[in-house]
Design a protein around this ligand. Structure first.
Ligand code: C5P
Length: 402
C-alpha cells in the first residue's frame, strides 16, 4: 500500500505510551503522521516525544492562533486519509458519540469527512458500563471502526476487557480500513503516469538549458489522482516543491531520462504529460567546463529531444488508454492546441495561455481549456489544485467512474 496520511489523536490513558510505538511503526513504513494530543493525553506522554517521533508539530489547542494561521482545524481534520484515536478514552468516545466539540480532538472528530478508527482503552467497569456500550453502538452506527479493546490485566489492577489493542493490531486495522476506503475510490485499480516540472539539458558539467516550469500543476494532478485512488508514478524534473504523499516518485534531469522513466512505468491506464520538456538539447555536451577563449564564442549546436507525449500516444503495444497533454501557448491558444492534439496523437489537451502577463508560469492559479476530439471546454480561472481536481473528475467520468 502506498504511503498514507494519518491524523492520530492521543487521548489520556496509560495506554498512550503505546501510541508512540504506533507512530514509530507508521513512520517506519513511510506514512506521515500528524498527532493531536488531548490535555489528559499530555499527562501520560509529552508533546516532545510525540513530535520527535512524528517529525512534525504536535497539535494541542483548539484556539491556538499559530495553528489556525498555519492550518485550520477543519483542514487538519480533512488533510488525512484516516483519523485514528489511540487510546480512545471513555470521555473521547462519549464526546464523539454525542457530537460535542469543546476541545481540539472532539472538534476534529466532528469536522472530519474521513473514516475514523478508534482503539479504546479504559477500566473494565467503564468499558462494560451501559453508557459506554450505548456510545459504542452510536459510533458504530455513525461509521466509526473499532479495534480492541483486548482482555487482560489492567494497569488499575483489574482483569477483563479494556486494554488497548497492541500497536501491530492497530496497524493491521488501519490497513483494513484504508483498503476498504481505497476500493470505493473512483480511480481505484487504475495506474497513472504523470510527468511534471522542467527538464535540465546539460551544456557542460556546470551549465544547462532549462525553463521556468515550477512543477506545481503536474504535482497537483499527481496528488488529485492519488486522492481519487489511482496508483501514480510521478516523473519529475528538478523542482523546489515536495512530491505529494502516496506517489511513486522518479526524479529525472533530462528529457531522455524522463522518456526512459515513462516507458519503464508502462503499462498504465492514464498518462498526463504536464512536464515542460526542453524541446532541444545540446548536440554534444562538453565533458569539461567550456572556457572563455577571448575569441567569439562557438555557437551551441542543438538537437531535438524525444517527445514523451507523442511516444506514449503512439506506443505500439502499451499505449495508455487515456493520454493527456498540455499546450502552453502565448498566442492562438485553441488553434495551436487542436493542432497539437493531432500532431501528438493524444486524447485530450489541456491548453493554457502562458503569456508573462497571465502570471501562470510559477503562479498558483491557472486558466485552461480542455480540448478533446469533439469538444472544447473553457474553464474559469482556478487554482492549480482546482484544475487538478476538475481534470481528475473528467478522467473518472471517462472511465465510467464519476
Ligand atoms: O510541443 P509542446 O512542448 O508544446 O507540447 C506540450 C506537451 O507535450 C506537454 O504535454 C508536454 O509535457 C509534452 N512534451 C513531451 N515531450 C517533449 C515535449 C513536449 O512530453 N519533448
Amino acid at each position: 500500500m502506498s504511503a498514507k496520511r494519518i491524523l492520530l489523536i492521543v487521548g489520556g490513558g496509560i495506554a498512550a505510551y503505546k501510541a508512540l510505538e504506533l507512530v514509530r511503526l507508521l513512520k517506519k513504513r513511510g506514512d506521515s503522521v500528524k498527532a493531536v494530543l488531548t490535555k489528559a493525553g499530555a499527562e501520560f506522554v509529552t508533546p516532545l516525544s510525540l513530535g520527535s517521533l512524528t517529525g512534525e508539530k504536535v497539535f494541542q489547542d483548539l484556539f491556538s492562533l499559530t495553528d489556525e494561521a498555519e492550518m485550520g482545524h477543519i483542514e487538519l481534520s480533512r488533510a488525512a486519509d484516516l483519523v485514528v484515536v489511540a487510546p480512545a478514552t471513555a470521555d473521547l468516545m462519549a464526546k464523539a458519540a454525542n457530537g460535542l466539540a469543546n476541545d481540539l480532538a472532539s472538534t476534529l472528530l466532528l469536522a472530519t469527512d474521513k473514516k475514523v478508527l478508534m482503539a479504546p482503552a479504559m477500566n473494565v467497569r467503564m468499558w462494560l458500563h451501559a453508557a459506554t456500550a450505548r456510545n459504542l453502538k452510536t459510533l458504530q452506527d455513525d461509521g466509526v471502526t473499532f479495534v480492541g479493546p483486548n482482555d487482560g490485566s489492567m494497569a488499575c489492577g483489574e482483569y477483563g476487557p479494556g486494554r488497548m489493542a497492541e500497536p501491530a493490531e492497530i496497524l493491521a486495522a488501519i490497513d483494513t480500513v484504508l483498503g476498504a476506503v481505497a476500493a470505493t475510490k473512483p480511480l481505484s485499480g487504475l495506474k497513472a503516469i504523470v510527468t511534471s516540472g522542467p527538464t535540465h539539458e546539460p551544456i557542460d558539467p556546470v551549465r544547462y538549458i532549462a525553463n521556468r516550469s515550477s512543477g506545481k500543476q503536474g504535482h497537483a494532478i499527481a496528488a488529485a489522482l492519488v486522492e481519487a485512488g489511482a496508483a501514480v508514478t510521478l516523473i519529475s524534473g528538478p523542482v523546489d516543491i515536495s512530491p505529494p504523499l502516496g506517489v511513486t516518485l522518479v526524479k529525472v534531469e533530462t528529457a531522455r531520462e524522463m522518456l526512459a522513466a515513462a516507458e519503464a512505468a508502462l503499462p498504465a491506464d492514464i498518462a498526463v504529460c504536464a512536464a515542460a520538456v526542453a524541446d532541444w538539447r545540446v548536440a554534444a555536451d562538453a565533458e569539461q567546463k567550456i572556457k572563455k577563449t577571448g575569441d567569439a564564442p562557438a555557437p551551441l549546436a542543438l538537437t531535438e529531444n524525444p517527445d514523451i507525449l507523442a511516444t506514449l500516444s503512439r506506443h505500439p503495444f502499451r499505449r495508455p488508454k487515456l493520454v493527456i497533454g498540455f499546450a502552453a501557448e502565448t498566442e492562438n491558444l485553441i488553434a495551436h492546441a487542436r493542432a497539437k492534439l493531432a500532431k501528438k496523437g493524444c486524447d485530450w489537451i489541456v491548453a493554457n495561455d502562458v503569456s508573462p502577463a497571465t502570471g501562470i508560469m510559477g503562479g498558483d492559479s491557472n486558466q485552461v481549456s480542455l480540448i478533446t476530439a469533439g469538444a472544447e471546454d473553457n474553464w474559469p480561472s482556478l487554482s492549480k489544485t482546482e484544475v487538478a481536481a476538475r481534470l481528475t473528475q473528467r478522467i473518472a467520468a471517462h472511465f465510467g467512474k464519476p
